[in-house]
Design a protein around this ligand. Structure first.
Ligand SMILES: Cc1cc2nc3c(=O)[nH]c(=O)nc-3n(C[C@H](O)[C@H](O)[C@H](O)COP(=O)(O)OP(=O)(O)OC[C@H]3O[C@@H](n4cnc5c(N)ncnc54)[C@H](O)[C@@H]3O)c2cc1C
Length: 351
């Protein structure tokens, strides 16, 4: 390193916050800057960690690498903050039809899937949850209270003069071969971790963002003490205060970052009512945009023409699971010169 490290992190969502904690743990000075808006993608997220996912019931990409890292990371941060925000939680996946149930034994025979499936049957209350095609329970599932984690982290960093509320415009951040300057302060690097809005940043317009608006409903229903996450058509997350969260939608065209279409909200409500059979009252809907990069599970690294300008983005619908590992990977690259995984390297994508 030609310059003593001090890193400017723009964006305090799941990505930027994980970077900040990695730097804190290494004793490297940084400044985290965020607009501190009430509704963002990371604050809206359900924070679910789901090992077996998707239509094909496959193990989530690199789950066996990301999950242990996330678990250790969030436990350490939890201890540092004196706040419990990470909750291992059973998750039940109900089959959507007989076809899915028939195919399941073949999937279960794969060692990488079997590792994340509990041997006991889900044993759900049939009066609460409609379950015409049975299902299975997962091991190593979890949910994280992302809003609590982010606000406690922000307050912690602010107390140490490491966080600032501001909107950073791209042209205010000036960099050369050796350093970065913002508002008269010098840094060794800047890391842009600004979520889907990076698509508008002049340095990153070439990144093939294909972000999706997602909506989550909050509702009131008597789930008779069920605490697990239940999934068929949509997932249901029982909350401590007796409400539940249900989600989520994917809209590839949207009027604004918090403006879901009526059809998407109605479709989600219909799925929820098909799953939960007890009387249900919808309380509200919340929407935000997931940062998705076409054909990528995430991207990180430095800009091909600006070596002091770094990027961490494209966490899609798996920010809770992936941010801790990705943040460590990027920090090791910037500070130790460790090679980046080619599947995740921003520069490989620039070709
Ligand atoms: C409905 C929904 C449900 C989801 N459910 C899950 C789930 O169950 N599990 C899961 O793991 N993930 C889930 N996700 C995905 C998860 O939320 C994302 O992967 C993650 O939040 C992305 O984090 P990020 O830090 O990259 O982006 P963001 O959360 O968008 O953070 C970027 C931050 O940068 C700030 N910012 C941007 N530009 C500037 C600027 N110029 N100056 C200052 N600040 C700036 C923004 O205000 C924001 O705070 C869900 C997302 C949605 C929308």
């Amino acid at each position: 390193m030609s310059t003593t490290p001090r890193i400017l992190i723009i964006g305090q969502g799941l990505a930027g916050t994980a970077v900040a904690w990695r730097l804190w743990e290494r004793g490297v000075p940084f400044l985290s800057v965020d607009r501190d808006e009430a509704v963002t993608c990371s604050k809206t997220a359900a924070g679910l960690i789901t090992p077996v996912t998707g239509m094909r019931l496959k193990t989530s990409w690199r789950f066996e690498v990301f999950y242990p890292e996330a678990l250790r990371f969030y436990r350490r941060v939890s201890k540092q903050l004196g706040l419990r925000f990470f909750h291992p939680r059973g998750q039940v996946r109900l089959f959507k039809d007989d076809n899915e149930r028939t195919k399941w034994p073949k999937r279960l025979a794969e060692a990488e899937v079997a590792e994340f499936v509990a041997t006991q049957s889900p044993a759900l209350d049939a009066e609460v949850f409609s379950q015409p095609h049975e299902g299975f329970q997962m091991r190593h599932a979890a949910w994280m209270d992302t809003a609590a984690y982010l606000s406690a982290s922000r307050d912690f960093f602010a107390q140490h003069d490491l966080h600032q509320k501001a909107e950073v415009r791209a042209e205010e951040v000036v960099s050369d071969e050796k350093s970065v300057t913002w508002c008269g302060e010098a840094f060794s690097h800047v890391i842009w971790a600004q979520g889907w809005e990076a698509a508008k940043h002049p340095f990153f317009r070439w990144v093939p963002f294909q972000s999706a608006l997602g909506t989550i409903l909050t509702a009131q229903a008597d789930l008779r003490g069920e605490r697990r996450i239940i999934n068929r058509g949509c997932w249901v997350l029982p909350m401590k205060d007796g409400t539940l969260r249900a989600g989520s939608t994917y809209e590839w065209q949207f009027a604004g970052p918090h403006t879901p279409s009526d059809a998407a909200v109605a479709g989600l409500e219909a799925k929820l009512r098909a799953l939960v059979q007890t009387p249900l009252e919808i309380l509200h809907a919340q929407s935000a945009v997931r940062p998705i990069i076409k054909g990528k599970q995430a991207l990180c690294g430095t800009h091909p023409a600006h070596p002091r300008v770094a990027f961490l983005n494209g966490l899609g619908s798996k920010g809770t699971l992936r941010a801790p590992w990705l943040a460590q990977h990027l920090v090791a690259h910037l500070l130790d010169g460790a090679a980046l995984d080619t599947e995740l390297d921003l520069q490989d994508d620039a070709i």
